[in-house]
Design a protein around this ligand. Structure first.
Ligand code: PLP
Length: 468
């Protein structure tokens, strides 16, 4: 055993070897030494447990190949690009939507260059980082001003902390929403140091319920869009207009958390309706918040639009500094919003809308291509079919509304072969994420962008092999 230990090379010896020298040039001394140490430690453990040298130490060439591979591996990012065939277009676990080419260009430009982020080029003096977007949103929503933060959860927190710390906020019991990932309206209220006053019942809330709850400690009246559920049957809720009128009577602002929100009429695209930001502003709501990366189709951000006096207070709250966006996100958001100046072009420009508005004929055509490609790769154990499927927008937007879609399904008598195939899909160079239901794999065509790249990968040789 001791003799075996003595055959192990030292880190120093590996460093002086010609291949070691090349690897150090490529990856640097620190990374090389780290990987060499790990390999030698592994060899020691192997000798201790098996009284044998690990096979990779048998030949110098193999040892250096292993080192090179591990060093290459350490440079690979683990957060990999995947193909989304889940049928959920805005899948939060898969990073929600994809940016438009213009947004990508704007973002990379901001990464490579300094930008006039807080600098007014005309006046040559300091300006505000939300300034460009504020101007655009004014045009698009008729709101007086805007404030941009990291996400909509942050937007809600900032509004509560600014206007309601130590005070009361009135919300309907039917709107005490929990969004995935532990965002609950009551918890956010607590974090912001304000007291939640619940009014009405789960299914019915009336204007008089709000009225009776108002007292000298009330900060504002709040509406929360029930993005991810619907209350049906014997229901009543109070619309923005009467709530705004009530607020005016008592000098209280009305604030609305719209969740996804939309800047266009979704029905014009034959998609399920989603409340529009401009409607809420027109109804007199003082502040409206919504996400940048839900139906808007841009980067993760929280957008607040509304009355300038209130926006100014948000902008000067210390939390705004904590929650502000960087130049990359702000430039991508600006580019995304600019698409809304040409609404007829939105379905071409924004990937989210191109995916959502594909016709079933288009999806059928893609399904046929995918099926024939997979048929060439998979043996007769697998039964491939094209079936109608139900996709969804995702990210809490309209979960009860399903979108007609088309899927390639893969069935197999042996469930183990089916899970082996799912594992293969996930270990592809550009992994495929799919859905399993009714003992079948569902490859839904509605949610996949870069379809040609998917086919190309599946056609290239070194990828999918029928699992044994
Ligand atoms: C999605 C959503 C949020 C959270 O928005 P993020 O941008 O994901 O932080 C808050 N409120 C409502 C009503 C939502 O639908």
């Amino acid at each position: 055993m001791h003799a075996l230990f003595r055959t192990l090379p030292s880190v120093d010896k590996l460093l002086k070897h010609p291949r070691g020298i090349t690897l150090v040039e490529q990856f640097g001394h620190t990374a090389f030494v780290e990987q060499a140490r790990q390999l030698i430690a592994y060899a020691r453990r192997t000798i201790q447990h098996t009284q044998q040298l690990p096979p990779i130490f048998a030949q110098e060439a193999i040892l250096f190949d292993t080192l090179a591979e591990r060093l290459n591996q350490s440079q690979q990012i683990e957060m990999q690009a995947v193909f989304n065939l889940t049928g959920t277009v805005l899948h939060t676990n898969l990073g929600r939507g994809l940016w438009s080419e213009q947004a990508i260009n704007a973002a990379t430009q901001a990464m490579r260059h300094n930008v006039a982020l807080e600098y007014d080029l005309d006046e040559g003096k300091r300006s505000h980082r939300d300034h460009y977007i504020s101007g655009l949103l004014q045009q698009l929503t008729c709101a007086e001003a805007a404030c941009i933060v990291n996400n909509n959860a942050a937007a809600v927190l900032l509004m509560l902390a600014t206007f309601a710390q130590g005070k009361e906020v009135i919300v309907s019991r039917g709107e005490l929403v929990e969004i995935g990932g532990a965002f609950r309206i009551p918890d956010i209220m607590q974090q912001a140091g304000c007291k939640l006053i619940e009014v009405g019942t789960t299914n019915r809330t009336h204007l008089s319920d709000y009225r009776h709850a108002i007292n000298e400690n009330t900060a504002f009246l709040m509406k929360v869009h029930t993005s991810n559920y619907q209350i049906q049957g014997f229901t009543a809720s109070v619309a923005e207009e009467p709530l705004v009128a009530l607020g005016r009577e008592f000098g209280l602002p009305v604030i609305s958390d719209l969740g996804s929100g939309s800047l266009i009429d979704m029905q014009s695209l034959n998609l399920p309706t989603e409340p529009m930001v401009q409607q809420k502003i027109a109804a007199g709501v003082d502040l409206v918040s919504f996400s940048g990366d839900k139906l808007l189709g841009g980067p993760q951000a929280g957008i607040i639009v509304g009355k300038k006096t209130l926006i100014d207070q948000l902008q000067s709250h210390p939390l705004k500094r904590v929650l502000r966006c960087d130049k990359v996100i702000l430039s991508a958001l600006e580019a995304t919003l600019r698409h809304y100046l040409s609404p007829e072009k939105l379905t071409d420009a924004l990937p989210t809308f191109s995916l959502l508005t594909q016709s079933t004929e288009q999806l059928q055509h893609k399904a046929e291509r995918l099926k024939s490609t997979l048929c060439k790769r998979l043996d007769s154990r697998y039964d491939l079919q094209i079936e109608p499927s139900l996709a969804q927008i995702g990210s809490g937007a309209l979960p009860s509304e399903r979108l007609a879609s088309v899927a390639v399904t893969v069935a197999c008598d042996n469930p183990q072969h089916l899970s082996a195939l799912v594992r293969q899909f996930k270990s592809l160079p550009h992994p495929i994420i799919c859905r399993i239901a009714q003992q079948k794999i569902w490859l839904d065509l509605r949610s996949v962008a870069q379809f040609d790249a998917l086919i190309e990968m599946l056609e290239s040789n070194h990828t999918l092999n029928t699992p044994s």
